[in-house]
Design a protein around this ligand. Structure first.
Ligand SMILES: [Zn+2]
Length: 115
């Protein structure tokens, strides 16, 4: 699977090197005790994960709701009737599921939220 580039709205790292210039190898000097370093890393990692997770989720949520609204009003190119395409057969009509509408529903379901 080809990697997808991060979109323009992806949040920037809130801890840029320009503000926090310390290099990683300096960490062992500042916190020489290995057990303390591990405990400190875990605690800070947990705190930073919460901040990053909330920040990213807010950005994703805003974009997803826009995509969802666009998808909800998108017009089916197959001119189907409520997701069905009628076909004339020898004796009357047959219904075929509209692929476009089916896939739109799958996408909306994947995005979650209200219908
Ligand atoms: Zn359709």
């Amino acid at each position: 699977m080809k990697a997808i580039e991060k979109p323009k709205w992806w949040p920037d790292n809130p801890y840029p090197k320009s503000v926090f210039p310390m290099e990683r190898d300096k960490y062992s000097e500042v916190v020489p005790d290995e057990k303390t370093r591990t405990a400190l890393s875990g605690m800070l990692g947990r705190e930073f994960w919460e901040i990053a997770s909330d920040t990213i989720w807010e950005a994703v949520e805003a974009e997803l709701s826009q995509v969802r609204e666009l998808l909800k009003v998108a017009k089916c190119p197959n001119s189907c009737i409520d997701g069905s395409i009628p076909h004339r057969i020898v004796r009357g009509w047959e219904q075929e599921q509209c692929q476009w509408c089916y896939e739109r529903k799958q996408a909306l379901d994947l995005m979650g939220g209200k219908k």
